[in-house]
Design a binder for this molecule. Sequence first.
Ligand code: UT7
Length: 332
Amino acid sequence: MGVVGLGHFVPPRIVTNQELESTLDTTDEWIRSRTGIHERRMAESDVCASDLAVEASLLALADAGVSPEQLGLIIVGTMTPDTMLPSTACLVQHRLGATNAGAFDLNVACSGFAYSMAVGCQFVRTGAFDYVLVVGADTMTRVMNWKDRGTCVLFGDGAGAVVLGPAGEGQGVLSIHLGADGSGGDSLCVPAGGGRTPGGTPGVPKSEFCLQMHGKEVFKFAVSVIGEAAAAAVSKAGLTPDDVDLFIPHQANVRIIDAAARRLGVPMERVFVNVDRFGNTSCGSIPLALSEAREQGRVKEGDLIVLVGFGGGLSWGAVAMRWGKKEALCPA
Ligand code: UT7
């Protein structure tokens, strides 16, 4: 099974580093040199993860030539659902008119898309469903502490979606590698808003409902885990990093991507980067990058593509896939 259609959507409003300079003790130079980010997107206050997800999904379905009724399942990877209940996936299911699909959210922070792909693949592989829609969508600007310059400059809003369906022999998803280390949970977290400290608990500052991060710890973790996860997925597929045609890591920081690619031994010409224009869109990041890479002609028939996500949990996930022509992947 493999990707038979893809699409992405970002809100139109661009927030530049210069704009952040006017409200925060930061500089365009600091943000660019430490992260590679030039700008990010911000959703209007009435736009939520489901809205971004629906737009990306409609593009992915049209690209696949698959109707909403043909979907057996919708998985939305998100850490910023519209509401605690119902799930964002159910909102998407209803808006798409996917009347034959089950739907659920999957929250593994920024690894959410890689995990969602891994789960979605199983249903197509076993023949349980012909087509599964996998979406990564986040409105990270909603969980930012706009006084914390160490985090708020890094994130943005966006979504990407893929339709998974039957693939030709030797094509599509070849291998999956998932991992987690809960001992590092405190290094990237949103402490309040769940069952431990519900909204409305007296005396809890607003910042507890926002994303908090030990940047340096996460940086070190990311650099080592990206390379290890990618190498594990590639090796499970019986291949080596030399075989990788396009490496698409989670877009968090260009310095992380650069260091991880060097460790893996994949030159930057074979790495896709768009963190400069979108910042870290969490679950949106990998499908947004894959979709843009395809648009830019960077994804070719027969290419070995490796996707690697990492993030809160701590967690990580990698998917190795052989890109095939849509006609071959999706028999009539
Ligand atoms: O999806 C996964 C999520 N997260 C990540 O992948 C992020 C991983 N971490 C990182 O990308 C980096 O650690 C950061 C970009 C967050 C920070 O870069 P750094 O090189 O590790 O900087 P630092 O945290 O060591 O901070 C260096 C200095 C500090 O000032 P002092 O203590 O040296 O005076 C910070 O207060 O830079 C300061 N600083 C800033 N200065 C200007 C931190 N943020 C900013 C800022 N503008 N926005």
